[in-house]
Design a protein around this ligand. Structure first.
Ligand code: ADP
Ligand code: ASP
Ligand code: MG
Length: 409
């Protein structure tokens, strides 16, 4: 067995370290585990809503802050929590040392605000673990080869934890949060949602990409790629949570694992786009060059040689997208570019969809019965998503959850 086979990586989210009382609780949990003989690497998020508050500060100055300066700003949140946690562990008589992402060599590319990790130099962490210290790492941040601070996208502490677990060969990556695991729907929206004991990487990836905030999609992607087992559990209890692992046979029997909602997208519509070959390629090439990720796309049938094209992007990229889309629109002789932020995307996810039919019609019927209009539809092998009016989001999730009987075993 390798030296680090008794290594656990733990990640504590914002609510788990929201105030000094919570930080002291986390310190106790870490020390308890360490005293059982484990080597501990602990990744922490910023306190409570700190990241949101920092973003709000920037937006009081400008609508489109420089992304480099944004990273400089929002990476500070995690530096507060790591140092406080280290002090709380010292107070309990244990040894601990805190680091920023840069200090432990988390090297990323230069895509500010959504950087990708290129490499982690684990030497310093290993040295400190060898000295018997708990190593506390600031989540969500890294550094480029040219020494600029980057962040890894919202929820990026999940990614820091998974990447460290992989780099150090940890036996498990525990994600401590404010719910007891991954549920069939957000338990805050659907009180009758059921905790899943196990879910495959693939389903979790679809689930997370569809808006189930509990894990950052990219962290699941990396966990899947390197087969890092994740245990999502609560920092408020000792109950077992949800294990995310490779697909196992029994999972296929479950047609739909859950329903989720994403209210963080905006719909952009380009009106009167000339309906001829090469136009879509031109539009989406320019958008991709601006580092904007498109989710759904629909194009209407054209009767006049012109058509409307709508697509969704993350709300935070709305202004940037509008600028680019308006510029392209002028060049290709298209019309107005409009947007709608009051949308929600509801999705059902399940591996069993591969072998069962009728899931889409069941979902549409549930929405129809509640008189909820569908604006856009998209499907993948294991997911169906509908865009609806934001005000109907909770009603839709509850109706679909009930329709598929997800609360019951
Ligand atoms: P943390 O600060 O610990 O990273 P987040 O707030 O980012 O926590 O994620 C946890 C939240 O994710 C929960 O409080 C819950 O409201 C939400 N959530 C959404 N969908 C789900 C789901 N299917 N299962 C569990 N939690 C979910
Ligand atoms: N603090 C960052 C955020 O709020 C990273 C994280 O919590 O994972 O997105
Ligand atoms: Mg989170």
């Amino acid at each position: 067995m390798s030296k680090l086979s008794k290594l656990i990586v733990q990640k504590y989210g914002g609510t788990s370290v929201a105030d000094i009382g919570r930080i002291k609780e986390v310190a106790k949990r870490v020390v308890r585990q360490k005293r059982k003989g484990y080597k501990m690497v602990v990744v922490v998020s910023a306190l409570g809503d700190t990241t949101d508050d920092l973003i709000d500060l920037a937006h009081k100055i400008t609508d489109s802050p420089s992304e480099r300066e944004m990273d400089m700003l929002i990476s500070t949140g995690e530096q507060i929590s790591v140092s406080l946690l280290a002090m709380a562990i010292h107070k309990l008589g244990s040894q601990a040392i805190s680091f920023t992402g840069a200090q432990v060599g988390i090297i990323t590319d230069t895509s500010h605000t959504k950087a990708r990790i290129l490499d982690i130099n684990t030497k310093r962490i290993e040295q400190e673990l060898k000295k018997g210290k708990v190593v506390i790492v600031a989540g969500f941040q890294g550094i480029t080869m040219t020494q600029d601070i980057t962040t890894l996208g919202r929820g990026g502490s999940n990614l820091t934890a998974v990447a460290l677990a992989k780099a150090l060969g940890a036996k498990v990556c525990e994600m401590y949060t404010d719910v007891e695991g991954v549920y069939t729907a957000d338990p805050r929206i659907v009180p009758g949602a059921r905790k899943l004991s196990r879910i495959s990487y693939e389903e979790m990836l679809e689930f997370a990409s569809a808006g189930a905030q509990v894990l950052q999609p990219r962290s699941v992607e990396v966990a899947k790629k390197f087969n890092v087992p994740i245990h999502v559990r609560s920092s408020f209890s000792n109950k077992k949570g949800t294990i995310i692992s490779k697909e196992v046979k029994a999972m296929e029997d479950i047609v739909v694992s859950g329903v989720t909602v994403n209210k963080n997208e905006a719909k952009i519509t380009m009106c009167d786009v000339p309906d001829k070959p090469g136009i879509a390629a031109r539009i989406f090439k320019r958008i991709a060059q601006s580092n904007i990720n498109i989710d759904m796309i629909i194009q209407n049938v054209s009767r006049t040689g012109y058509t409307d094209m709508s697509f969704t992007v993350p709300q935070r990229d709305k202004n940037k997208t509008l600028r680019v889309a308006r510029e392209v629109s002028r060049k290709i002789g298209a019309g107005d570019v409009t947007f709608n932020e009051k949308i929600a995307k509801v999705s059902v996810v399940g591996i069993g969809m591969r072998s069962h039919s009728g899931i889409a019609s069941k979902m549409f019927s549930a929405l129809a019965r509640k008189k909820i209009n569908i604006g856009m539809i998209s499907t993948s092998e294991i997911k169906i998503s509908c865009v609806i009016n934001e005000k109907n989001a909770a009603k839709a999730v509850k109706a679909i959850h009930k329709e598929f009987g997800l609360g019951k075993r």
